[in-house]
Design a protein around this ligand. Structure first.
Ligand code: ADP
Ligand code: ZN
Ligand code: ZN
Length: 799
């Protein structure tokens, strides 16, 4: 007998072991591993992924059968099924969440059911079930036992139907086309036979007379005044024949012109040769391609991808969050045309579904995408590239908390192909591995055309004068004016959104805080509200202090909205654009800002760190950083690395064409090494300094780390459970393991949940894996008691 092994989706009762189900006759030979199915579980039906099919007669008769198929073909291929096992292991998460993560939005099902009434009588006779609607969401918890029994009986009688809610599930778009099949004599006959008031049919026949054989899309017919129902009728009568054509939604906003490969510079050639050698010999070598912005890394990627394609293989190129894709995607498409598919979160479900299908069927051979694209169903991968490999968006913040770099390396090993990690400021982990020889270091030490790096100056804000209560120093303001006079462009970075970071009463010191979180509220002028950036709480801006009724309540801490206002006042004739989360929510708005600035239809682009990355604007000659300290203020061991990265990256925006660039960094910590070394863009020295700091503090890359976070609505419960976990860890791990905490997180309360954490630092700890697996299993029980536990392997921060 054939038995299917199914990983089921049961929230709160998860396990990594599959359940066995028999395959009913009507589904025999239709089910393959990687398909989703509906199965009975307890007294309900749930969804699951088939991970294996085996022959086993032992189970005979005892197994429940699979109820239904959700997919008609495997949505998880054999490679990805294997990867799911490894991923669950690596990230301490359940297989079901790994499998679900691999599917793009638009392919995920909700684990919800709908009750659908077959006819109006049922609706009217059962108001307690349907409340007058013919379709309701079916959640057993919403009904008492008597009603549940009624539902069951109706279901048995075939009066109602239970369906999975596939509203999130995109569908292919099929376009209908019709063409006439009658000759002119037959048309004349038909015209005689139709009733005089059948205007639609008469119109159709007259059109057919003019152009009888063309296959026209329904939309075309409609534009000529012929409706879909007229055509359907005509099809039945044999006047027209119909065909369906698959319409592929195209996520690309505009076409691009083809481009030719450049003749490589010697450093580029050396890099391309090494990578191509690994592609040809099918070696899963990892390269670290180090080079400042403008050193020609992208050209190296393009020529290596070309080689992989020549070898008959596919290529995967990962980029950080969409903020930097439009330009880079354009360059890839200009080289590889329609073979390129794109996957990112700002696409619609339908677009992602269609792009995913193009990849799965092998039509697209080059995939460009963000983090989740590392699960693209490409076959026979010949090269994986991770641009800006240090970027924090490569780590997933939710379950499964994977690091894209590790998944990329896993797939490279599976496919026997190289990985290229590119960056101007590699993560310390990657650089340390390159120094040890685990990765192969390739470097591009010069900017193409030997453009000088921009001149960077640091302004000490402790002593500097600012222009009328603004955040802008006189020096920066003067430099902006000089560039405006020369008709050159300027980028300003202020890594804080909103209008003011907080409001304070000057008489009593009162600061409005979020009622649900331990954080002050941010003032947003466009919406006239105080917003919490953690839980979404909003309230109106008070006119007087709610505590002492003083009118002297005002905002402190300039955010990007206020900077925009200040800049407009200071430079009234300058054209200003702002780019931050608040101005880029709408689809296409991000591209619109970039296009406008790129076409020099604006003089100043200001915004949060979104503007720092990957954008290539040749007319920009001045970059101003208004608060270089924003990242340094975080109480975290990676704050220096983040600051150095950000400043180096944003400086790379200046002076990329033939004009020399200038960078002005405002800071209250002018002597901090991260800021000083960013000034000279001295990655080498930064690496050496930071490695010493990490060594002394016992931080990565010298130590491996795991972070355990617990939260519940009750602070005592959170604390005591986390103490319990700490003791369990102490009991199981060796004395060499460093266990820190539990301590309350920096922001202890978010959305009325209290967060505590434990950090484990270790070098070699064979018992860690089984101990954490234990905690993962126990976490299910704790979750039912209200405590959520998250295990983060190699967390990005300790906050
Ligand atoms: P990076 O990715 O390191 O920022 P790019 O690949 O974008 O660098 O290169 C910077 C600029 O130099 C781009 O405008 C690119 O078209 C150009 N470029 C790159 N390689 C060459 C080359 N070998 N010859 C001429 N121009 C090149
Ligand atoms: Zn007050
Ligand atoms: Zn809040």
């Amino acid at each position: 007998m054939q038995v299917a092994q199914v990983i089921v989706d049961v929230p709160a009762r998860q396990t990594n072991n599959p359940f066995s189900y028999s395959i009913p006759d009507n589904l025999a030979n239709q089910i393959e591993p990687g398909m989703r199915v509906q199965v009975p579980f307890g007294n309900r039906k749930i969804t699951g992924f088939v991970v294996d099919i085996c022959d086993n007669s032992n189970f005979d008769g005892k197994l429940k059968p699979i109820s239904d198929l959700i997919d008609l073909y495997p949505v998880i291929n054999p490679e990805l099924l294997n990867l799911a096992d490894w991923l669950a292991d690596q990230t301490y998460s359940f297989k079901i969440s790994c499998l679900q993560t691999m599917l793009p939005g638009g392919m995920r099902t909700k684990n919800k059911k709908k009750l659908i009434a077959k006819n109006q009588d049922v609706i009217e006779q059962h108001p307690t079930i349907f409340h007058g609607q013919n379709e309701i969401e079916y959640d057993r918890g919403n009904f008492d036992n008597k009603t549940l029994a009624q539902i069951l009986n109706l279901q048995k009688a075939g009066e109602i139907q239970v369906e999975y809610d596939l509203t999130n599930h995109a569908r292919p778009i099929m376009l209908r086309a019709y063409k006439g099949v009658l000759n002119s004599e037959q048309i004349d006959e038909a015209l005689k036979s139709v009733r005089k008031n059948a205007i639609g049919q008469i119109k159709l026949l007259n059109i057919l007379k003019g152009q009888p054989t063309d296959n026209l899309l329904l939309s075309k017919w409609e534009s000529m005044g012929v409706t879909a129902s007229t055509l359907k009728n005509a099809e039945k009568k044999g006047w027209v024949s119909a065909t369906s054509k698959r319409h592929v939604r195209n996520p690309f906003l505009r076409p691009v012109d083809p481009s030719k490969p450049f003749k490589l510079h010697p450093d580029q050639k050396n890099a391309v040769d090494s990578i191509n050698q690994a592609i040809s010999t099918q070696k899963d070598q990892v390269f670290l391609l180090e080079g400042v912005t403008g050193s020609g890394k992208t050209e190296v990627y393009l020529q290596s991808i070309a080689h992989a394609l020549e070898m008959g293989r596919s290529a995967l190129m990962l980029v950080p969050e969409i903020t930097l894709t439009p330009q880079i995607v354009g360059r890839i498409r200009s080289r590889f045309g329609d073979q390129v598919a794109m996957l990112h979160s700002a696409m619609s479900n339908g677009e992602r579904y269609d792009e995913w299908q193009r990849i799965n069927t092998g039509k697209a051979k080059v995939v460009v995408g963000v983090r989740s694209a590392v699960f693209a169903p490409l076959k026979n991968i010949g090269l994986i590239i991770m641009d800006e490999e240090h970027d924090s968006s490569y780590k997933q913040a939710d379950n499964p908390r994977y690091q894209t770099r590790d998944v990329a390396k896993w797939r490279a090993a599976y496919n026997h192909c190289p990985v290229v990690l590119g960056s101007a400021t590699p993560s310390l982990e990657s650089r340390a591995r390159a120094m040890k020889g685990v990765y192969t270091l390739l470097s591009l030490p010069h900017r193409i055309n030997r453009h000088a790096l921009p001149h960077v100056s640091i302004i000490d804000m402790k002593t500097e004068m600012t222009k009328h209560q603004s955040v802008m120093s006189n020096k920066l303001a003067d430099a902006i004016q000089v560039r405006l006079d020369k008709h050159e462009q300027i980028i300003l970075l202020l890594n804080r959104r909103g209008y003011s970071s907080f409001l304070m009463c000057r008489d009593c010191g009162y600061v409005p805080r979020c009622p649900n979180c331990d954080i002050s509220l941010t003032m947003h002028k466009d919406t006239h509200s105080l917003n919490c950036h953690y839980c979404g709480h909003t309230e109106p801006i008070p006119r007087v202090c709610p505590k002492c009724h003083s009118k002297r309540i005002r905002g402190y801490g300039t955010g990007s909205q206020q900077l925009e206002e200040q800049v407009r006042n200071m430079f009234p004739t300058a054209r200003v654009l702002r780019m931050d989360v608040d101005t880029t929510r709408k689809k296409g708005s991000h591209e619109a800002i970039i296009d406008k600035f790129g076409a020099h239809k604006a003089d100043i682009l200001l915004g949060t760190q979104m503007i720092a990355k990957g954008l290539d604007f040749p007319e920009v000659t001045l970059v101003g950083v208004l608060n270089a300290d924003s990242a340094l203020q975080f109480p975290d061991f990676r704050s220096s690395e983040r600051t150095f990265e950000l400043l180096t990256q944003v400086s790379g925006r200046s002076g990329r064409a033939d004009k020399t660039g200038e960078v002005i960094i405002q800071t209250f910590n002018p002597d901090h090494y991260a800021i000083k070394l960013a000034q000279t863009q001295d990655y080498e020295k930064f690496y050496a300094t930071e490695m010493r700091v990490r060594h002394e503090g016992k931080y990565p890359p010298y130590y491996y780390t795991v972070k355990l976070t617990g939260n519940s609505p009750n602070e005592n419960q959170t604390a005591s459970e986390m103490f319990g976990i700490m003791n369990f860890l102490k009991k199981n791990l060796s004395p060499e393991a460093i266990i820190l905490g539990p301590t309350p997180k920096t922001i202890t309360r978010i959305n009325n949940h209290y967060y505590y954490q434990i950090i484990i630092k270790y070098r070699r700890e064979p018992k860690l894996k089984p101990t954490l697996d234990d905690i993962l299993i126990q976490s299910q029980k704790k979750q039912r008691q209200g405590l959520q536990i998250a295990i983060d392997n190699e967390p990005l921060d300790f906050m």
